[in-house]
Design a protein around this ligand. Structure first.
Ligand SMILES: Nc1ncnc2c1ncn2[C@@H]1O[C@H](COP(=O)(O)OP(=O)(O)OP(=O)(O)O)[C@@H](O)[C@H]1O
Ligand SMILES: [Mg+2]
Length: 451
């Protein structure tokens, strides 16, 4: 519900305004002087102010200017007599939202109030959308300072701005294919239109066609109503086909036809529908290899390959590791409300030297886990997972001589193993519990009972 502050020294007018506006479902505050008005304005957050130009203690214009200084986004409507039109002009210059000439018609008042409240709501909605847009932008940032990544950023920018109608992205799992696809969409003119994703691996052959091209009513048993396909939904935007290497061979022919003609028929339909979409396809497979083995059509491969964006694995661009670590550290600190400051030089060296088989996704997960689990504000090698810190897998075995355990009960053996794990993780119970696959409470109980 919106709250309105009414500022006028005439009590009767205030009452009339209140009655009128309350009947409209608005809440209402009042002030009889400039000083009182400013005090209320600071105390309560109101959505609109109705301000008389002539107040006993101050000029309404002064009050308006002060209000604009306190909270510029709150709209103020000036009330003025015909003889004071010059004042109204001044008030508009001082950013009044509108003015009403006294004596005014109550219907006119209601109209102006509603219009302005609606505009404010719109402005707020716009601001929120704008913030959302910035978040999106954030989510399409390609981090990294290696030569390869700079080139990748450059390429994304150029292709996004171009008319290129199809693009093929290739890279190992976790290298950022989806990120690049989003970048291609959101940094070009198509960003105003939808980005629609379809994963070729997770959908059956029959469903795929109707998802992509839509279907007419009655096209198959379940088709109770006609439905638009994703190719149609993505009109003027981008159609992102993930894992294109998994597309069933019979579909490849239909898809190629669509790529070449940019038109299609809905399943069970006769009419040809034309769309303007950019197709961005991604794969971690070697498509040329698939062409050789006959699982992927050669002509489709060449059609897609016109604009080819390769994303190199992270191990080939080690200079990206530390900037990515910083970036994900900042994000994870924020997300998990932690304040881990940095990685020690030795930890940084290990992170850079690691081969990252899971690429950037693996790096992000490692950083998130560290931020969740660790309390220290500097991360050292012993906080890193063993595959990165190079903690020899034999290290635990050295302390744990299975042969020497015989003949002991299973429970005793477990205790020995638990204490070896505790030593290995430097006494960190959270970490030990995680490795052992038990809760911290269970771990604590076991440690107490074995003493
Ligand atoms: N250069 C980069 N800068 C910032 N974040 C990145 C970068 N590369 C990848 N990421 C992030 O790493 C994660 C994995 O990336 P993404 O999902 O795009 O990989 P993918 O290649 O599509 O993986 P998959 O083959 O498994 O589908 C995402 O959170 C993504 O935002
Ligand atoms: Mg992906």
């Amino acid at each position: 519900m919106s709250t309105i502050l009414i500022v006028d020294d005439e009590k009767n007018l205030r009452r009339l305004l209140r009655d009128t506006l309350e009947a409209e479902g608005l809440t209402f505050l009042q002030a009889g002087s400039g000083e009182e008005a400013l005090a209320r304005f600071q105390e309560v957050s109101c959505d609109l102010v109705l301000l008389d130009m002539i107040l006993p203690d101050q000029n309404g214009l002064q009050v308006l200017k002060q209000m604009k200084r306190i909270a510029a986004e709150v709209p103020v409507i000036i009330m003025t007599a015909y003889s004071e039109v010059q004042g109204a002009v001044e008030a508009m210059k001082a950013q009044a939202a509108d003015y009403l000439c006294k004596p005014f018609d109550l219907d006119e008042l209601k109209l102006v109030v509603h219009r302005i409240l609606e505009n404010t709501a719109l402005a707020q909605k716009y601001r929120r959308l704008h913030e959302l847009e910035q978040d999106r932008h954030e989510a399409t940032q390609i981090i990294g300072e290696s030569r390869l990544t700079r080139r990748l950023r450059q390429m994304v920018k150029q292709v996004a701005a171009s008319e290129a109608s199809s693009v093929l992205i290739h890279g190992e799992s976790g290298t950022g294919k989806e990120l690049v696809a989003r970048g291609l969409h959101y940094s070009g003119p198509r960003r105003e239109y939808p980005l629609v994703e379809l994963n070729c691996a997770s959908i059956s052959e029959t469903l795929f066609e109707s998802e992509l091209f839509g279907h007419e009513r009655g096209a198959f048993t379940d088709a109770k109503a006609a439905k638009k396909g994703l190719a149609e939904v993505a009109h003027k935007g981008t159609l992102f086909l993930d894992e294109i290497g998994e597309m069933a061979r019979p579909l490849q022919a239909k898809f190629l036809r669509f790529l070449e003609e940019r038109c299609f028929r809905r399943v069970g339909g006769t009419q040809s529908i034309s769309v303007d979409v950019r197709v961005v396809a991604a794969t971690n497979r070697d498509l040329l290899e698939l062409v050789k083995t006959g699982t992927f059509r050669k002509d489709l491969y060449y059609r897609l390959n016109l604009i080819y964006i390769p994303i190199p694995p992270l191990r080939e661009r080690a200079e990206d590791v530390l900037p990515l670590v910083q970036y994900f550290l900042g994000q994870a600190n924020h997300l998990f409300k932690k304040a881990i400051r940095a990685f020690s030089p030795e930890a940084e060296r290990l992170l850079t030297a690691y081969s990252w088989p899971g690429n950037v996704r693996e790096l992000r997960n490692v950083i998130e886990r560290i931020v969740i689990l660790e309390q220290d504000d500097v991360i050292r090698p012993e906080h890193l997972p063993p595959e990165i810190s190079g903690a020899r897998p034999g290290a635990l075995g050295d302390r744990l001589d299975i042969g020497a355990l015989f003949p002991q009960s299973l429970e005793k053996v477990e205790d020995t193993y638990i204490s070896a794990v505790m030593k290995q993780v430097g006494g960190n119970k959270t970490k030990a519990a995680e490795i052992l696959g038990i809760t911290r409470q269970t771990l604590r109980a076991r440690l107490n009972s074995s003493r």
